[in-house]
Write a protein that binds this ligand. Structure first.
Ligand code: MTE
Length: 322
């Protein structure tokens, strides 16, 4: 995100290794079935050069895409995780010491089951699915990542939100002893994000525990992060320690910091420029090891997931409520 002022998680941290290996077998089997395999960020992007390639909807379904995947090495070394520093390489260097087990999530607000819930309990019985999603950062770069996760709706439903729960708020860990970036006033810590409840219940919204068939590395938000593929990447809050159901829209970290630049909804929208750069195109991180970026491509409304999610925003002025 552009600021004006300025040992990977083990499978045992979430499940036993036998269960984890079993999960891998399930995923491999699923991948063989074609029907199923279906911020505030920093440093302004350079002005966009002409688009290199026309973009077709290279999707094979909402939960998969035929587009070139970002290399694991790139997705785990080019990160935004300001709690570990504001450089892209800082999180992969500094987050190795983040202790991700044991881990609990504080559940509160408008729900029948508040309390501190161990991560294993929160996810018990839910088998992570592989979802290959595009991720578009508000800064103008994008990736294609195979995530492992469970539908956010499945987890929220077991917390039994009441009829008054209109929004859900998420909070990241902010521990200055483990997270050197939290000692600097880059954001009003802790990192906070939120969704309207119908957005949170949408089948595309994923609570992620792994990527590329492996447990989630710390720099990518271990042990639990959010992925909302039709929104800018900053909505994908990492290392979640609290979930609160609220009646009113929760305050969110980047929106608090710079409301003109980072909206609450933050749906990917090529027609609404960031005040300091265009959002019409993006630089896809799909290099081959010799180069990080592949071709610049047009950005799609809702990051290409409009067919699935546009109905959530019917009647809203998307330019105003960006
Ligand atoms: N979550 C926390 N807690 N802190 C952060 O700095 N950065 C966000 C989001 N989640 C961030 C965060 C931004 S700006 C982006 S683009 C994505 O994480 C980047 O995720 P990645 O590093 O896994 O690609």
């Amino acid at each position: 995100m552009h600021v004006r002022r300025t040992p990977p998680l083990r499978a045992s941290a979430i499940t036993g290794e036998d269960v984890y290996l079993d999960r891998r077998r399930i995923l491999t089997a699923l991948a063989a079935l074609p029907a199923i395999a279906a911020a505030g960020c920093r440093g302004a992007e350079p002005p966009p050069p002409p688009v290199d390639v026309p973009r077709s909807a290279a999707a094979t379904g909402a939960f998969d895409t035929a587009e070139t995947r970002t290399r694991y090495e790139d997705a785990t070394s080019y990160n935004n995780f300001y709690e570990f520093g504001s450089g892209k390489a800082d999180p992969s260097r500094a987050a190795k010491t983040l202790v991700t087990s044991p881990w609990s999530v504080a559940v509160s607000g408008e729900c029948a089951r508040p309390g501190s819930v161990p991560l294993e309990t929160l996810l018990s019985g839910l088998v992570p699915e592989e979802r290959v999603y595009r991720m578009r950062c508000v800064e103008g770069w994008s990736m294609v990542i195979p995530w492992l996760g469970v539908p956010l709706a499945a987890v929220l439903k077991r917390l039994a939100p009441t009829a008054d729960a209109r929004f859900v708020a998420f909070t990241s860990l902010a521990d200055p002893r483990q997270m050197p970036g939290v000692r600097a006033p880059i954001l009003d810590w802790p990192y906070r994000e939120g969704l309207r409840i119908d957005e949170a219940m949408h089948p595309l919204a994923l609570l992620v525990t792994g990527m590329y068939g492996k447990p989630l590395p710390q720099q990518n938000g271990a042990p639990l992060r959010l992925v909302v593929p039709w929104k800018y990447g900053f909505k994908g809050i990492k290392s979640i320690v609290a979930i609160e159901f609220t009646r009113r829209a929760p305050r969110t970290a980047w929106n608090d910091m710079q409301p003109r630049e980072y909206g609450f909804f933050a749906n990917v929208n090529p027609d609404v420029d960031h005040p300091r750069w265009s959002q019409k195109t993006e630089r896809r991180i799909a290099g081959d090891g010799n180069r990080l970026f592949a071709d610049r491509i047009p950005t799609l409304p809702f990051n290409g997931y409009g067919e699935q999610v546009a109905g959530l925003y019917r009647g809203m002025d998307l330019a105003r409520w960006y």
